[in-house]
Design a protein around this ligand. Structure first.
Ligand code: GDP
Ligand code: K
Ligand code: MG
Length: 264
């Protein structure tokens, strides 16, 4: 079975536009893992690599059935690389998904879209600097016109397993200890990075909870989570969100220039 390139992004970031650029007219529609939501599968033009367009999501923590499709994809389908389309004019919100995808541990490339919208608001994103901040390639595109698609494809095809050294967020001692303890309990043959599974579990991702239950007795994991939460004195999900948000704010500060007052 060939391995997919998976297209992830927030809703309305230009995913479908990019998908159409990448696949030309070869796409078709199919059913995804028994869920009624449709996925779109196509083939990367001239290269024969299957690429799948997933429903738009803000986080891997499913708030709806649609959102669960994306997490299920990561857990059940072979995926060789992730293309994460990011709205340059909404970086602060978009990068929360990016962080979770980086933690998943597969080669990831950011397609930086809506650069024109960002510039109209007086924000210029330095793709090089953003790339260094997150430890993954960032390619500017204009999904609506197809600009940047060639460079994006070149980068996708040159991604290798060695591209996995993403920058990792430090969540502080309490969470990091819990992550390590959970990782030690997880079986070795799971298809996802242990750190990612542990963090998603600690955040309360229901899909991960159910998934791990099919592999093991999760009572010890729940005990680790409850203890961490007690030590922390606040909801783990909140703490993890805030740590990411702080990290994202710093990445944005480092990689963007504001060149005129944003009109309100
Ligand atoms: P999706 O919801 O993520 O699949 O996004 P779509 O591909 O449907 O695009 C959402 C809207 O953004 C459409 O109106 C697109 O024409 C528009 N769009 C896509 N890319 C760009 C871009 O780079 N700049 C601008 N200004 N609009 C874009
Ligand atoms: K749309
Ligand atoms: Mg779409």
């Amino acid at each position: 079975m060939s391995s997919y390139i998976a297209l992830f992004g927030n809703p309305n970031t230009g995913k479908t536009s990019l998908f159409n650029n990448l696949t030309g007219s070869y796409e078709y529609v199919g059913n995804w893992s028994g869920v009624t939501v449709e996925k779109k599968v196509g083939v990367l033009r001239q290269h024969g690599v299957p690429i799948v367009d997933l429903p738009g999501i803000y986080s891997l923590q499913p708030l709806s059935r649609d959102e669960g499709v994306a997490t299920d994809f990561l857990l059940t389908e072979p995926c060789s690389a992730i293309v994460n389309i990011v709205d340059a004019s909404q970086l602060r919100r978009n990068l929360h998904l990016t962080v979770q995808l980086l933690e998943f541990g597969k080669p990831l490339i950011v397609a930086l879209n809506m650069v024109d919208v960002a510039e109209k608001r007086g924000v210029k994103v330095d793709a090089e600097k953003l790339s260094r901040c997150i430890g993954a390639p960032v390619v500017p595109v204009i999904a609506r016109t197809g600009k940047g698609t060639k460079e994006l494809v070149r980068t996708i095809l040159s991604l290798s397993e060695r591209s996995r050294e993403h920058v990792a967020i430090d969540y502080g001692q309490d969470v990091e200890t819990a992550v390590q303890e959970i990782a030690e309990q997880l079986p070795d043959d799971l298809p996802a990075a242990k750190r990612w599974l542990a963090l998603q579990f600690l955040e309360g991702n229901e899909r991960i909870h159910t998934y791990l239950q099919t592999y093991m007795d999760i009572a010890p994991l729940i005990a680790i989570r409850d203890e961490a939460q007690q030590t922390l004195g606040r909801p783990l999900a909140e703490h993890i969100y805030d740590a990411r948000d702080k990290w994202i704010a710093h990445a944005i500060e480092t990689s963007t220039v504001i060149f005129q007052q944003k009109s309100l």
